[in-house]
Design a protein around this ligand. Structure first.
Ligand code: NAD
Ligand code: ZN
Length: 359
């Protein structure tokens, strides 16, 4: 089946490119009363980067603490309602932060023009109208949220993205200076999200020459960053990681994720584990699905002194394992890609429970 996808309209890449934002936005500000909403990771509150945000008097800068939980539908609805009731619809939304902030910026930009709760739009092509202009500035690289056509939200019933063409950013600024401060463990987990995106994209029925070209290059970059002679969180590797993340995301757009992401969604939804960490926890146990990728992943773990928890499932109840397996089973597009169209004959909820028991 052909996929006719929309890409980011404009991308600027390079150290110092953050400071192009002022010029980029001045073209978008509507005459007179236009205002922008900046959604900024709380990590930057009081930091020098915050002082470089080109906000004008009428703009809103909202610092968001993303640590308590991944973005929720409630959080998006509240932010939208609050801004609407005080100032109306902004000329644009600017997200400055990691994957969580990318998703918050994308989701809230859509919810300014689509009525009701964001829970109504969790799924594919449920959004009715284009959102307002939105610009993303990633400060953590790996999830590919800066390029993807989904804004992942946890709602009362499901963890599922607002997924459609209009979710994609109008503009992205990729400034590798911004990821320098990411701590070593998060640098590893988020980079491995890119690595796993590529391994999963490559290993499934939807892989094609287009997705392969992006995955191949992204994997090569990941190998240089995490496994090669010059591996490490260095300036040169940060330049590469920003590109690897984008390309890994592009590969997925034309292919699909697989078993690891399905299991990771269960871990996040039921136990609240963070996306990239949850992927790492799951991936180490999937050598029967991704033998080469898991072997290389384990070497990278050792190389960077990362110890993932073992024996986790011993403390889980049967009910928790069953709930996680339900979440994972209800991601048919991932199993279809990874296992094939007859996946239901090979993978049952019981099979998935057994996979979780390896953790
Ligand atoms: P994050 O945005 O959750 O942030 C992780 C931590 O890093 C936070 O403590 C944050 O304050 C901190 N941080 C941010 N920038 C920093 C910097 N420059 N230096 C130091 N610390 C910094 O991290 P993430 O892993 O990039 O994103 C995870 C989120 O992305 C999840 O909510 C997940 O659901 C989502 N996600 C979305 C997609 C998509 O396609 N939309 C894909 C994968 C994951
Ligand atoms: Zn991922």
């Amino acid at each position: 089946m052909h996929k006719n996808f929309k890409n980011i309209e404009k991308i600027v890449y390079g150290r110092g490119s953050f400071d192009l934002m002022s010029g980029i936005l001045s073209e978008k500000r509507k005459s007179g009363d236009g205002f922008f909403l900046y959604v900024v990771d709380n990590y930057f509150h009081g930091a020098s980067l915050a002082k470089r945000i080109p906000a004008q008097r009428q703009d809103i800068i909202r610092f968001v603490n993303v640590d308590p939980c991944e973005p929720t539908t409630d959080q998006i609805d509240c932010l939208r309602d609050e801004v609407l009731s005080t100032k109306g619809i902004p000329a644009g939304v600017i997200g400055i932060g990691g994957g969580s902030i990318m998703d918050i910026a994308k989701a809230v930009s859509l919810m300014f023009t689509n009525e009701g709760s964001s829970t109504l739009y969790q799924g594919l092509d449920l959004i009715k109208k284009p959102g307002v202009y939105h610009l993303g500035v990633p400060t953590v690289s790996g999830t590919g949220a800066e390029i993807s056509m989904t804004a992942v939200l946890t709602g009362p019933a499901k963890k599922l993205g607002l997924k459609c063409e209009w979710t994609v950013f109008n503009q992205v600024i990729l400034d590798p200076d911004l990821i320098e401060s990411v701590p070593a463990d998060k640098w590893f987990y988020t980079g491995m999200d890119t690595y796993i995106h590529c391994i999963e994209s490559e290993n499934g029925i939807l892989n094609n020459a287009f997705s392969h070209a992006y995955a191949e290059q992204s994997l090569k970059l990941c190998q240089e960053i995490y496994a090669g002679a010059g591996a490490g969180h260095t300036r040169e590797n940060d330049d590469k990681l920003m590109v690897a993340s984008l390309m890994g995301g592009l590969s997925l757009t034309y292919s699909e994720v697989g078993v690891c992401h399905a299991l990771s969604y269960g871990l996040s939804k039921i136990l609240g584990e963070r996306h990239c960490f949850a992927n790492c926890v799951a991936f180490q146990h999937l050598d029967d699905y991704y033998p080469k990728g898991v072997e290389e992943f384990k070497k990278m773990l050792l190389r960077h002194g990362i110890k993932l928890p073992a024996g986790l499932s011993k403390s889980w109840t049967d009910g928790q394992i069953a709930s996680m397996a339900e979440v994972a089973y209800n991601l048919p597009h991932m199993w279809n890609h990874a296992v094939g169209p007859d996946w239901r004959e090979k993978v049952t909820v019981e099979t998935i429970k057994e996979l979780y028991k390896r953790f």
